[in-house]
Design a protein around this ligand. Sequence first.
Ligand SMILES: [Ca+2]
Length: 210
Amino acid sequence: MIYRTSTLVAAVAALATAGAASASLQDFSAGIGDWTSNDAVSHNAGDGKPAGSMHVVNSDGFGRNSNLTSVATAGEMTAGADFSFDYKINAGMGYNGAYDNVRVTVRSGGNYAYAKIGYTGTGTIAPYGTWGTVSLDLDNAGNWDFISGDLNTIMNNATSVDIFFETPFGGFGAIPWDAQVDNVNVTPEPGSLALLGLGALALGRRRRRA
Ligand SMILES: [Ca+2]
């Protein structure tokens, strides 16, 4: 029994280490890292949660969306993790966000999965000028509107992540997207946290017995 407990504690410790290694918080306090865009992207030092965020403005006058892209490094994302970020749309296609989407696309080679939050997706997005949060369980197929290839394979081998601000409509001409993103984060799956609790419980029992 003590052997089993030790094994469990060791497993939990290994999980905790793996989780810490894969977590990556980008709070944009100093810059925008490797993020790029089809539109004008910049560092907004004065605004964020807290101050310091990534700011994208539609600059081509024809785009239906503004797309922010980051390269995913090996091990940064894992299938069981949650991907989350805060966003604020200062201006979109209009109607205070009622016809807009925030979309997340994760790519791995030629395969990809995307999730849409908003008008043609799940739930609603935050009204213009207020911060909202998107949080996606990477291995929950129900979160993803479209998957090409195997979801877990995509997430475990992600090569890039895109955050889109988009309207599902065409033919509206210039869409004056002006949006900000803060606190892009990858956190270990809740199951790891439950195991941590179980490990602490097992450790407590072992100590009481000793
Ligand atoms: Ca920030």
